[in-house]
Design a protein around this ligand. Sequence first.
Ligand code: G1P
Length: 307
Amino acid sequence: MVDAPRQAVTKAVLTVAGLGTRFLPATKATPKEMLPVVDKPAIQYIVEEAVAAGLTDVLFVTGRNKTSLEDHFDRAWELESVLEAKDDEGRLGLVRSAGLGADIHYTRQGDPKGLGHAVLCAERHVGQVPFAVFLGDDLIDPRDPLLATMLDVQARHGGSVVALLQVPREQAHLYGCAAVESTDEEDVVRVTDLVEKPEPADAPSDLAIIGRYVLAPEIFDVLRDTGPGRGGEIQLTDALRTLARSEDHGPVHGVVFRGRRYDTGDKLEYLKAVVRLAVQRDDLGPEFGPWLREFVASMEQEGPVSR
Ligand code: G1P
């Protein structure tokens, strides 16, 4: 019997309900996902990444204080009419570009019961098809596409796919960590077990889960039966572990990512993302790059300077 062709993934779930406590005080009244990376909110890069990978249906799982995020992906009539009156096509394009190509929906998480619970909140919208999950803190450099590879692996093998990054073992406690077996494809592994935020000694490998997933819809049933795990929260990692160890729900594969990824919820990583993305911009790089070089040279000569 010939297998029916697998359905193309079109739905993206973006979890953005977190409080952003690592980025206070900026995140007291502003969602962390709305902090600008150069001149675009971090979350707009993620929506653009989803659209670039062919995902046209975006569901945000939000929480309290996320109104400005919803406004950002809505039309801004007043702003548009002012810019129209000035014939400012350039800026009009920028105002209208947020969320272009995606049909955007929202649902609220309500209780902050963890990432697994946030994903479960998407069940009614997603239905019984595979879907992608994007974590709002993780920015993948647009020059290093990751999702297309993950979708391709899911289309060929079915089941679920996680994104993995090699990290120093002493950082394992910050991530979900995977036990893996190699496959005959480079940078594609079979996940055999997962542990959420292990102590370095208990980490099954140095491969950490980063914030991109392509999930089989069976994850919803498993999540419903998954009790609180690390930190008392319902962990997506724990539900994926159940899938990885079960015979019935299709495999879990990992795609090992070797590109640039920034945790924009972390102040230092956020600064690196801004600098890296700014230097390669045509409108900023030609001035910013040489200034940066000079600045670094002056730091080397004099120690840290204040301007
Ligand atoms: C979440 C996941 C974790 C994953 C990480 C990637 O943790 O629970 O498995 O490795 O995202 O950024 P969080 O960073 O939300 O604590």
